[in-house]
Ligand binder design. Structure first.
Ligand code: AVJ
Ligand code: FE
Length: 440
């Protein structure tokens, strides 16, 4: 019945909001107050800013807008408006202290439980299918991933722990040919898809080949050992200028010992480089140089999505590479179950029918594409989620990382960042045009 459908939706909303809050609190309860207010990197906010910003967005959208309730703290909106203050300036603001921030997010959440109980989950675009609640759960999880990146940047003894990500005896290698033709890109039916994923539209692509797996540490090390960082001809002009200015010599968090062995500092723990794990913490320019070295290129965003979603047998678009079922621990490395990517080949159940592995989870994958609206795009519910970034100096990333929650990850989900950024959990896979006669 309609009522039991609404009840199930309320339960689902409660579950994703609760899961997000458990993660937020775990990421902020494991360090002391000084670390919560500290600036661990000029690229990042103090953790206590993210915490109260999470509460403030929840207040704006769910308490005030959906609930029509009075403001909890209208006086702090400006402090937690991401467009008013650059990340590097946030430590100097008169922010709520950690105790106040915890109290604030708790007060807001208590009101949200009441709003959820009373709110109709249909009747306006904001509440249809619980959209605003889903948007806020995704927003909290996105900031949790950002806070996880802040944790990776902090120094000092490790405070986060998790089981090692799955390994494999033999890595997945090779490529998969995706024949020329149309597919459906974006979605008009996924209830919690954000504005930039909409609407569904048909796109025709020439045939292409895409790697069955992301580029691994071992493969990336071969590029490095072949002088990849010292050969300007492999880099674009802008990439080389950045490589010199930033002094790039290896992925971020790689360290070489006196015997020449490479290690990776992972959330405060120095670990031997895992050869079959996707490379992570590389910027778009490093990915571009590697692709040139390998004689290939990055996939466009459309190619990535076609490889992930298009079912050539039926012409339909899958929600995930493996089908329509929600991700679980057999199909994808998501949700911070592990603090690192898994070896390539560790999730055979998550591959596409054509054999493309680990498109979802492990590492965000840089694509060749800038961040642009789809034809028919409409900003919803606010211009500042996507629209103000279109046409900027961004590259689209796809697929989510080990630090992305499933609620904020699907085959249509679009992330974006500046091409010089590498504190995010980003790696890449390669693609290429087909040769004459191949796969046609
Ligand atoms: C979509 C991940 C680029 O973190 O900057 C969070 C998500 N938007 N708060 C970001 C977001 C507003 C956004 N990304
Ligand atoms: Fe935000």
């Amino acid at each position: 019945t309609d009522n039991s459908g609404a009840e199930r939706l309320r339960e689902q909303i409660a579950e994703v909001l609760t899961r997000a809050r458990q993660r937020t609190l775990a990421l902020t309860d494991c360090v002391d107050e000084a670390e919560l207010v500290a600036q661990h990197s000029r690229l990042m906010s103090p953790l206590v800013w993210d915490l109260a910003h999470i509460g403030n967005q929840e207040e704006l959208w769910l308490v005030r807008d959906v609930g029509g309730r009075e403001a909890v703290r209208a006086d702090i909106d400006e402090l937690y408006d991401a467009f008013k203050h650059a990340r590097s300036n946030r430590p100097a603001l008169p922010l709520l202290d950690p105790g106040q921030a915890r109290g604030y997010v708790g007060t807001v959440r208590d009101k949200v439980w009441d709003v959820l109980e009373r709110s109709a989950l249909r009747g306006s675009p904001l509440v249809d299918d619980g959209f605003a609640f889903g948007m806020i759960a995704q927003h909290e999880q996105q900031h949790d991933e950002t806070m996880l990146a802040t944790h990776q940047l902090r120094t000092g003894p490790a405070v986060l722990t998790a089981r090692a990500a799955p390994s494999t005896a033999a890595p997945v290698t090779g490529e998969v040919v995706v024949p020329a033709g149309e597919f459906t890109m974006g979605t008009s039916t996924e209830p919690w898809a954000l504005d930039n994923e909409r609407p569904a539209h048909r796109v025709r692509l020439p045939g292409f080949a895409i790697d069955a797996a992301p580029v691994t540490n071992e493969q990336y090390l071969a590029f490095l050992d072949d002088g990849g960082y010292d050969r300007p001809e492999l880099w674009s002009e802008r990439g080389w200028a950045h490589r010199k200015e930033a002094g790039l010599v290896a992925p971020q968090f790689w360290e070489r010992d006196s015997a020449g062995r490479w290690w990776r500092r992972v959330f405060g723990v120095l670990t031997p480089l895992r050869p079959h794990q996707p490379v992570v913490h590389v910027c778009w320019f490093e990915a571009e140089a590697y692709a040139n070295w390998a004689g290939k290129r990055l996939p466009t965003e459309a190619e990535w999505e076609k490889a992930a979603r298009h079912d050539p047998a039926t012409g339909a678009a899958r929600r995930f590479p493996w089908g329509d079922a929600e991700p679980d621990d057999t199909t994808a490395n998501l949700g911070q179950r592990h603090l690192e990517p898994a070896d390539v080949g560790a999730y055979p159940a998550g591959a596409t029918p054509a054999g493309v592995h680990q498109l979802i989870g492990d590492v965000w994958e840089w694509t060749a594409s800038g961040f642009e609206p789809y034809p028919g795009f409409r900003a919803f519910p606010y211009r500042e989620y996507s629209e103000v970034f279109f046409g900027g100096d961004y590259r689209v990333l796809r697929g989510g990382s080990f630090g992305t929650d499933p609620v904020a990850c699907r085959s249509t989900f679009r992330n974006w960042d500046h091409p010089i950024r590498r504190q995010i959990f980003a790696g890449f896979r390669l693609a290429r045009d087909l040769r004459r006669g191949e796969g046609e």
